[in-house]
Write a protein of this length. Structure first.
Length: 392
């Protein structure tokens, strides 16, 4: 079945929808049983999408879990109240004191902070590695290395990783391969075909797609699913059926939204590349993006999120560039229908294994579903403000 058709049908099995088009919102803490026999059945099947207790989910959660497995592959999907909770809980499910993990240097900032502040406290050591390390990853694997964590493209600087090569070496050393797959939305990169064991997403981003829900997912292969599922339960992780309903609704338009984000972003990125003020455009589909060859080999499309670096800027000029924007709003997160801009002028703080390649601020754009011509005009006026400020 083609991806776009899967997107329309995912999770809509009639056992969840009971005849209506969308899986309904089923709210519950307590589930009541008519007999001891029924209760025993629920206990025996509690990990298996059977009504047991609210924390294990209701039909809305089961439908969304099915949808994620249909879209990404794998055996089962654990749900979390945010993308960050998905990442931290997936890691915690598989490490113990004395273990070592390898974390990509370009990881999402809170993932780094979790490793440095929480894992360290429990005696789990983290080594950061160059996102472009490829087969050299082998030299960093120790006897106690339990898992290798990837995020591709990397946060803010967009380096695309050679996932299958790293996964192959990881498996030779019995390491679990976890990927933060948020950028691809599970649509433009097939994690399990490239050797990933657990694929994590901030569903907060493109899955939900409307900037109004926090949600995380972790889809695991058959080998790791039971441990991930039970650990998630032990940690008390659960999600609201109202939020899951919105995520299921978001999935239906995921294909058309991504296509439009992609088209708009490529237009804006090409325009930026043509501008004298711009040093480099960090868009995985562009040759100028580190790891572009892996994007070409492994991905089937791009989205609205990329970065660029100015040739020349200073704090005052950059602030004037940002403050005058009409369509680009300043804010964290991305993946909604609206355009966003974020300037990071202290990348060095977020990289410990690699040198920061860029010596001015890295500006990240999320290109929304506005007409890209309006977005280009906004940026053009911004570059005029920047130039005027720099020449003062
Ligand atoms: C936003 C984001 C997260 C965290 O998701 P939240 O739902 O905001 O906690 C994790 N990884 C990546 C790549 C993200 O962009």
């Amino acid at each position: 079945m083609k991806k776009q058709t899967q997107i329309i049908n995912a999770g809509r099995d009639s056992k969840w929808t009971r005849g209506v088009v969308n899986p309904p919102v089923e709210r519950a803490s307590t589930v009541v049983f008519d007999s001891v026999k029924e209760m025993k059945h629920a206990i025996a099947n509690r990990g298996n999408q059977t009504l047991f207790y609210g924390r294990r989910g209701t039909s809305t959660a089961f439908a969304f879990q099915d949808a994620m497995v249909e879209l990404e592959g794998g055996e089962g999907c654990a749900l979390y109240p945010s993308g960050t909770a998905a990442i931290t809980n997936a890691i915690l499910a598989f490490v113990k004191a004395g273990d070592h993990i390898l974390m990509v240097d370009t990881t999402y900032e809170p993932t780094r902070d979790f490793c440095d502040n929480v894992l360290a406290k429990f005696g789990v050591e983290t080594t950061y590695y160059d996102p472009l390390i490829g087969e050299e990853i082998e030299s960093l694997i120790k006897d106690n290395t339990r898992l290798i964590f990837l995020e591709s493209p990397g946060s803010i600087t967009m380096e695309v990783q050679d996932v299958p090569t790293i996964a192959k070496i990881a498996h030779q050393h019995d390491c679990i391969v976890m990927l933060d797959n948020t950028w691809s939305a599970g649509i433009y990169f097939d994690p399990f075909a490239h050797g990933v064991d657990i694929s994590i997403q901030a569903a907060t981003k493109y899955i939900v797609g409307h900037s109004d829900v926090m949600l995380g997912t972790a889809v695991a292969t058959e080998k790791y699913w039971p441990q991930l599922r039970e650990n998630s339960y032990l940690m008390g992780q659960c999600t609201s059926p109202d939020d899951l309903y919105l995520a299921l609704r978001g999935i239906r338009t995921l294909g058309v939204r991504l296509k439009q984000h992609q088209e708009n972003a490529l237009k804006v990125a090409r325009w930026l590349e043509s501008r004298d003020e711009v040093d480099v455009v960090l868009h995985p589909a562009f040759e100028s993006c580190p790891g572009h060859e892996f994007f070409t080999r492994d991905f089937t499309g791009s989205n609205g999120l990329f970065s660029f670096v100015l040739k020349d800027s200073n704090t005052k000029a950059l602030n004037e560039f940002l403050d005058g924007m009409h369509h680009f709003k300043m804010g964290f997160s991305w993946g909604g229908f609206e355009s966003l801009i974020l300037a990071n002028n202290n990348m060095a703080r977020l990289r410990t294994a690699t040198d920061v390649r860029y010596n001015t601020a890295v500006i990240r754009l999320h290109i929304g579903l506005e007409d890209p011509d309006d977005l280009i005009e906004d940026l053009a006026q911004g570059l005029e403000r920047l130039k005027a400020s720099l020449s003062q």
